[in-house]
Design a binder for this molecule. Structure first.
Ligand code: PLP
Length: 425
């Protein structure tokens, strides 16, 4: 499938930026993507024309209520959920702390929660903090050679006392996609709830919470073209039994019961527009997607905006996959470069982590940054994984994240930059 990357790039004003006359290549998307004009305009439109608090009897307030309802519909379409299962919050970390301490009200001393070593701290810390209440937290180890979960250990850890299993769909550090279907199955086998961190995955793959059957799922809109807003999916039946920490003035029904205080309305308007942007990418590529039998199969049974969203995501995936392969292979050919991540053939996102000889990752990123190549270094809050890989003291990893706006030329520029740093070019 031929992806129209020029069409996509034209939507992003930030891509026009230059550093010393050279265009900036943004490889920082796992930390947050750039934002298309549609989203910028939606934020501005909200602030200019509709800015208000909720539940009033004047136009701006009524419009704000409508905007929030429309945004829930949009995010529900992105996740395969219904509107009343979508709550907004400051970010994933804050929503997950609220969720953890709310669910903990129904836990007893000695009950167990499972987290994984590959997860971002946002899906570890909130659960680990329950140890103070006598909850036992167990950790699924990571297989360090392959940067994948140790499934045999996972199976051993799940037992009759397991109440919650918290795991990520994809690693924001090394790109490993975890088999979340298997996570849900394992949790269900003992009647435990599942909390899936889809923050990194959301930009790169189709989410269908109904098909997955998870109880809770978190994502952050700023990782898929929107402003800084967190999103919590809470399955209707699972949400019913949670008593979130909340004010007496707060609505008691889901999804509102998960939302504390006044929300980031302009950010949410932007999040809804980001979903429209993904759907527009799908509309633009629909004919090409349906011409490919494998991709067409992904759209089966879908209609309306959900169909366009899925088309947009699978088109982007088809664009990013060969670029990631080229980047990984090119890096592997450079003497002194070590690539960290799942083995060939394992499901992954186009997020590629590596080190360059003895250079500290921050030195690598500073040097690449001067050439207009924007990459993150460090532990990316996936600190347990980086610690287990023995890389914490040496500054973690360099991380190149591809996005739908990444071009093959940018990948070659990055490879050239790394080659020069490694003294091989
Ligand atoms: C996989 C993953 N989970 C959770 C988070 C935390 O998200 P937030 O910054 O919205 O709290 C991030 C942010 O980088 C992430 O990449």
């Amino acid at each position: 499938m031929k992806f129209d990357v020029s069409y996509v790039r034209r939507q992003f004003p930030a891509l026009e930026r230059t550093i010393d006359g050279r265009p900036v290549a943004y490889f920082d998307s796992p930390g947050g993507t750039q934002v298309p004009r549609l989203v910028i305009d939606a934020v501005a439109d909200y602030l200019v024309n509709h800015n208000s608090n909720t539940h009033g009897y004047f136009a701006a307030s009524v419009e704000t209520d409508q905007m929030l309802a429309d945004a829930r519909d949009a995010l529900a379409d992105l996740l395969g959920a219904s509107w009343d299962e979508v709550a907004f919050g400051a970010n994933t970390t804050t929503l997950n702390f609220l969720l953890a301490h709310s669910l903990a009200r129904d836990l007893s001393e000695g009950d167990e929660v499972i987290v994984t070593e590959i997860d971002h701290e946002a899906n570890r810390g909130p659960w680990i903090s329950l140890q103070d209440r006598g909850i036992v937290v167990r950790e699924v180890p990571v297989d360090l050679a392959t940067c994948t979960l140790d499934w045999a250990a996972f199976e051993r850890l799940v037992n009759e006392r397991t109440r919650i299993v918290a795991a990520s769909w994809a690693s924001n550090a090394v790109g490993t996609i975890n088999d979340v279907g298997r996570v849900v199955e394992l949790a269900r086998s003992v009647g435990a709830l599942t909390v899936i961190d889809a923050v990194h995955y959301a930009l790169h793959g189709v989410i269908d919470v109904a098909a997955l059957g998870c109880d809770f799922l978190l994502c952050s809109a700023y990782k898929f073209f929107a402003p800084h807003v967190g999103v919590l999916y809470a399955r209707r039946e699972a949400a019913e039994v949670v008593q979130p920490l909340r004010l007496r003035t707060q609505m008691h029904e889901a999804p509102f019961k998960f939302e504390t205080g006044t929300l980031n309305h302009e950010g949410i308007a932007g999040a809804a527009a980001a979903v429209e942007f993904i759907a527009d990418m799908g509309r633009h590529h629909l004919r090409r997607v349906t011409a490919d039998p494998v991709l067409r199969a992904r759209l089966e049974g879908l209609d309306g905006r959900r169909r366009r969203i899925v088309a947009g995501l699978v088109a982007a995936e088809a664009h990013e996959r060969p670029l990631a392969r080229r980047l990984i292979n090119g890096l592997r050919e450079i003497p002194g470069v070590t690539v960290y991540g799942p083995p060939k053939g394992h499901a992954r996102t186009p997020t590629v982590a590596f080190t360059v000889g003895d250079l500290r990752p921050e030195e690598v990123c500073r040097s690449l940054g001067r050439q207009g190549l924007f990459l993150w270094d460090g532990h990316f809050y996936a600190i347990r994984l980086i610690e287990r890989l023995g890389l914490l003291d040496r500054g973690g990893l360099v991380r190149a994240g591809l996005a739908p706006y990444t071009t093959a030329d940018e990948v070659e520029r990055l490879l050239e930059g790394v080659r020069r740093l490694a003294g091989d070019g």
